[in-house]
Design a protein around this ligand. Sequence first.
Ligand code: IMP
Length: 414
Amino acid sequence: MSTVIIVGAQWGDEGKGKIVDILTPFADYVVRYQGGANAGHTIIIGEEKVVLHLIPSGILHEKVKCVIGNGVVLDPQVCLEEIALLKSKKYLKDDSQLAISLNAHIVMPYHKLIDKLREESSGAGKIGTTGRGIGPCYEDKAARLGLRVCDIIDEKRFIERLKMVLPHKSAYVEKLFNSPPLSFDEIAKSNIEFGRRLKKYACDSVGLLNAALVAKKNILFEGAQGTALDVDHGTYPYVTSSTTVASGACSGTGVGPKAIGHVLGIAKAYTTRVGNGPFPTELNDATGELLRSKGKEVGATTGRPRRCGWLDLELLRHSKMVNSITSIALTKLDVLSGFDKLSVCTGYKEGSEEPIYKELPGWDEDLTNLTNLKQIPNNARKYIDFIEDFLGTPVSILSVGPKRGNNMIMKNPF
Ligand code: IMP
């Protein structure tokens, strides 16, 4: 039995979906443990591009069971749309391939509304959320005002609970934002229908996963967002509302920490961020623009251009610490071809966020078709060596292009 947690080591968009796709053939289960439809995992298969927001990208491998854990906030409409999309592309032929935790919280229409109203009224303090209702849904979870999958699939229970919760939500939007009252009937009708269609996937995911551990199955935990967006360990308040770090895989699935074998930190060879908040190595110049265009850095969920900058090793050092990262998957190294010199941040000037840079020589060669580490140009090798030495952590997977084959596995974490 092996268990591997995939965790974003930066601000999300590190290319986790692709790494999950590479490792899924070795897994029996792929599990999402936090976040919701704010994530966007892009996988390119042949000429086909599939973007998934909620369903684990492992679903593209038919022998793998995919689980949406209790820590996820589930937008039922998005989930049903993804199911339909997958089926139209001849994936998810067998419905038992997907299991959704009975305890996962439901993103309700008022969560999305509150997310939007709050952002619109926040002026300069705006977080730059994805607008998917994530924060308001996690708030209700903690406030014990949430509705869960176990509620939505049971009409009577759902109605009772909604009757209790909706007045709180209605008062909030009406009084604070002058918004029209929320319609009980509309919300009840659409969600009962969603629940009816999702019921066949709902299950005791905690029991399912712990039984899988006993049966010595391999489990891949698929993180969403990244460490610097973690509600505790990120750049608060410019964060998402979930535990994105590796320990979230335990609380978000009911698998205990002693069952975790390996934590694979996914790091892009440079840094990007969407949304507001600090970003010490950001490049607001032609180099940043070049990274954005070469790396096609546009948000998979919102279509927003990503902010781009040099690799921040101090950030990765923090990520290594709070996640217990055992090895790194370095992605998009191919995007750095053609730069004369590359800067990497090795720390910040005392008492400030001003980066201290180390300059490394660039390389011109295209890396995309390389399949073996021996073919890597010297300076690209030096760049990888510098990262490994600085962090004291090996790079176990190297991704050098968007396609399924564009990668090298030095050491399989399974
Ligand atoms: P929320 O998760 O929609 O509440 O957004 C909070 C912050 O997290 C914003 O800065 C978003 O841009 C960022 N964020 C949320 N999901 C992702 C993601 O999957 N990739 C990158 N940034 C994200």
